[in-house]
Design a protein around this ligand. Sequence first.
Ligand code: ATP
Ligand code: AMO
Length: 430
Amino acid sequence: WRRTHYSEELNADIEEDVTIAGWVHEIRDLGGVMFLIIRDRKGKVQVTLPEKKVKDKLMDKISEISKESVLMVQGQVKEDERAPGGLEVLPKEIKVLSDAETPLPIDVAGEVNTELDNRLNSRFLDLRNPETLSVFKIRDKTFTEVRKFLEKEGFIEMTSPKMVATATEGGTELFPISYFEKEAFLNQSPQLFKQIMMASGLDKVYEIGPIFRAEEHDTRRHLNETTSIDIEMAFSDHTDVMGILERLINYVYEKIEQECSEELKKLDKDLKPPELPFERIKYDEAVDICNKKGIEITWGEDFPTPGEKAIGEEIGDYYFIVDWPSEIKPFYAQPKEEKEISKAFDLMHPEFELSSGAQRVHSIELLKKRMINQDLEPSEFKFYLDAFKYGMPPHSGWGLGAERLLMAITGKPNIREVVLFPRDRKRLIP
Ligand code: ATP
Ligand code: AMO
């Protein structure tokens, strides 16, 4: 037997027998007639078994079936206005491919509010809930559209190693691993590798891949393994890549709004593409907003979560923070003429940070100086610094947290909702 149709492909004009396959969503026995609602990836369809018309053998088989068991049903499609969707299948043969144990560990229909922890423990069952499935259909579409956009802009996809010898984003957040006789870590960012590629002549590269951060804290917007969308672009400054970033966000919102309307409806999410261009506010202005709202910040500090929220409330949409103090941005961020300010930026959603980026230092002398200032040993970065010796164009780039973007699109308040198998402070299984 092979599936001939998904539920949503059925229509009353089909004369030949069809074969559908899926899970038993619901069983109703009205005495004299039984209804099975079969669910597949695309929807649901009713299978109707009137006792008089169906073979006894079939009836016996079905009377013992449990919810969420896997069936294949062969039969005729019939119009009936009493059936949900106006169609039903009258079975000639039913195969039980797999029985489901009872009770189920979580409520698949999503009527009982199951705790996230339990849902994550049985993610395969959780995905049978159309609301959860919608999140992951949107996730799939988001990655597809990000790739389409970047390819159209002339970016080439690269993949960088995830097992590395050095930190890039501060030494405290590294996961050490055992790598034969060497000291090694899981990579925090493709940063150094995408920059090295700027000396290769590829000009525009992107990577979508995992990054690992040993952050101790347990919040709604941090994971220990997360997906980063990274770009790097030669012969550009920070304003060029900020333009690409805002157009990318706007494009992805439009595509999801147009092509995932069913999924958005299931999530009860009204998605409006943010208006272009996004507002740009200076670091100093952001500090003022915080101080005015009673969140004390001194110049040279990063914004604490309440500060981010306060600025987000004031602006109400996506915005960039620019003109950051050089001292709180990584060594690779290019300072402006007035050295204490850098050509780095953060892209903010009203509720959290979504991306950071910068024009990069491309002078090897300045790069070494900034490393030393940040207590990094240039000799450990030889493989990276070498790329700056033989012709390195000016370049810029950013890293965008894919799960943060998906939180914004789906409206899910917890980052764990938008990853199949999240890794956080407490969770390593499944
Ligand atoms: P990135 O980590 O990429 O810089 P982010 O938004 O996660 O982006 P963090 O530096 O991790 O930035 O944290 C930003 C802010 O989040 C910090 O300034 C801090 O106030 C807040 N924060 C960090 N850890 C916690 C925590 N455990 N609880 C509440 N807030 C936190
Ligand atoms: P940054 O450290 O700001 O920059 O990371 C970029 C973006 O990645 C996301 N992100 C996270 N999301 C969930 N959980 C985490 N633990 C986590 N850590 C980071 C955020 C963040 O804005 N190399 C630079 C990028 C560059 O300059 O190109 C970098 O890694 O959305």
